[in-house]
Design a protein around this ligand. Structure first.
Ligand SMILES: [Zn+2]
Length: 260
């Protein structure tokens, strides 16, 4: 793990838990990209507590990792993909991101934004490195882990979207009242317990560490899934015994990327 490097996009509730686990697992190099600051209102699902309120998440978590896991090299990058930018900054979005991912072993996408997922999965494919994305549903009633690994996963990100849309990959349950628009904030956020979100993060970390071990004889075993869905509730919101469903990602007949 010491020679491995992971580019992590998003250190919100899913990404922050994940990077702590990557450091504990001994990953040698972590690059963290995020644009947001630590909001005391969402302290229940961010790991470092009130002392970091108001700071940028990438700076707070990098300092924590540098102090406590010194054998993991951490590079924080404060950047918002596709965000409004200072025109005096001449670096394009693309060049910032290309630089960020250069020579990494794996892209870990915890942004849970569909446009960013499309962009980063394409980037990973071009670089011929594994792409792993984690996301939760509204209310954290469930979640998904997607992994697209060169020479292992048959389908692509677009195949995944087609499979989600036609029901081949079933959407985990989601709270119909789960999104909220905080007062004074331009972005919709969501409700959901930190411990349910952590469960999704840990499944993503398990998938990523397994991928980095790459079937090494003494390493962590390889995952038998490309897509993992998790349900913690039923459709009415009652708790169930957590249900994991695994899928292989096949080429979708309608995917023009895989059929031209
Ligand atoms: Zn495809």
């Amino acid at each position: 793990m010491r020679e491995k490097s992971i580019a992590v996009f998003g250190v919100g509730c899913l990404g922050s838990i994940s990077v702590l686990e990557f450091a504990r697992a001994g990953v040698g190099n972590l690059r963290l990209m995020d644009h947001d600051f630590v909001d005391p209102a969402t302290m229940g699902r961010w790991p470092l507590g009130l002392i970091e309120a108001g700071r940028y998440k990438v700076h707070a978590i990098s300092e924590f990792l540098n102090s406590n896991y010194p054998s993991t090299q951490v590079t924080p990058v404060l950047h918002r993909i596709g965000g409004v930018r200072d025109c005096s900054n001449s670096d394009s979005d693309n060049s910032v991101i290309q630089n960020f991912v250069s020579d990494v072993s794996l892209i870990f996408d915890a942004t849970a934004e569909i446009g960013v997922q499309h962009y980063l999965s394409t980037l990973a494919r071009d670089l011929e490195i594994p792409y792993i994305a984690v996301s939760g549903t509204y209310g954290a009633w469930g979640g998904k882990v997607l992994s697209i690994i060169p020479d292992k996963t048959v389908g692509c990100w677009m195949c995944y979207r087609y499979a989600c849309n036609d029901g081949t990959i079933q959407e985990p349950p989601s709270d119909p009242q789960g999104n909220v628009q905080p007062q004074g904030c331009g972005e919709v956020t969501f409700t959901g317990a930190g411990f349910d979100m952590a469960e999704i993060s840990l499944s993503g970390v398990r998938t990523a560490i397994s991928t980095l071990c790459n079937q090494h004889r003494d390493g962590y075993p390889s995952t038998p899934w490309d897509v993992l869905t998790m349900a913690f509730r039923d459709d009415s919101g009652q708790l169930i015994v957590p249900k994991f469903t695994d899928y292989r990602l096949e080429r979708h007949p309608e995917c023009s990327l895989c059929h031209n």
